[in-house]
Design a protein around this ligand. Structure first.
Ligand code: 13P
Length: 251
């Protein structure tokens, strides 16, 4: 099955509204190649303005997190209803920074994934092992368990829309990426877990690699059969670097 590669920029906690608009305008000035889907995930504060700035563009908007309830007494949280209202298409769920710094468990991630689908949004569900887990030979076990937990209760019709990002924690923001071959192996393992559960529907699910993706290594990941794009952190903050990664993703 041909899967359209997705290059998504996770801006994390960067960019004021003005800086976010400057970045989006710089991206919009360039012609984007066919055959690659592009998304940007700004901080919540910039979503309304960036959404307006993307009108008429093929670039999709994503959020970096959300609460699972549509509304309620959850001070400081943002709901799927609010994100859909702003024109978001994607929501990153279970990023390792949320798991590590904000105590998100597999059960919370699964709950959020279900809420994302319930509001007709599309989750980019993150999985990945920490360095100590890799060093003790537990990578496959950890990534399989996170994947299985995240898809609990998911319908095959929803699964077809799911995006998974394999982001080894030791590769995030460190300048030390996984090799294309090893990233491809783990993404293949994830697809195996998805196939057991969803059978043929698993062939439609896009699995991205994330962790120190740069213009220099993007093509190596794009070449891999099980990798369907990238979730890009630092390099997505620079329009020229992000554009080079987008162009490298053409198959
Ligand atoms: P870097 O590309 O900065 O390593 O970040 C990856 C990431 O966490 C994307 O979600």
């Amino acid at each position: 099955m041909a899967r359209t590669p997705l290059i998504a920029g996770n801006w994390k906690m960067h960019k004021t509204v003005g800086d976010a608009l400057a970045l989006v305008h710089a991206l919009r000035r360039e012609a984007l190649p066919d055959g690659v889907e592009v998304a940007v995930c700004p901080p919540f504060t910039a979503l309304p303005e960036v959404s307006r700035a993307l009108e008429g563009s093929s670039i999709r908007l994503g959020a970096q997190n959300m609460h699972w309830e549509a509304q309620g007494a959850f001070t400081g949280e943002i709901s799927p209803l609010m994100l859909a209202d702003l024109g978001c298409h994607y929501v990153i769920v279970g990023h390792s920074e949320r798991r590590q710094h904000f105590g998100e468990t597999d059960a919370i991630v699964a709950r959020k994934v279900r809420a994302v689908f319930a509001h007709d949004l599309v989750p980019i569900m993150c999985v990945g092992e920490r360095l100590d887990e890799r060093d003790s030979g537990r990578t496959d076990q950890v990534v399989s368990a996170q994947t299985e937990a995240g898809i609990a209760g998911m319908e095959p019709s929803q699964a077809e829309r799911l995006v998974i990002a394999y982001e080894p924690v030791w590769a995030i923001g460190t300048g030390r990426s996984a090799s294309g071959e090893e990233a491809n192996r783990v993404c293949g393992l994830i697809r195996g877990v998805l196939s057991e559960r969803f059978r043929s529907a698993a062939a439609a699910i896009r699995i991205l690699y994330g962790g120190s993706v740069t213009p220099d290594n993007a093509a190596e990941f794009a070449r891999q059969s099980e990798i369907d794009g990238a979730l890009v952190g630092g390099a997505s903050l620079d329009p020229q670097k992000f554009l080079r990664i987008i162009h490298a993703a053409i198959r």
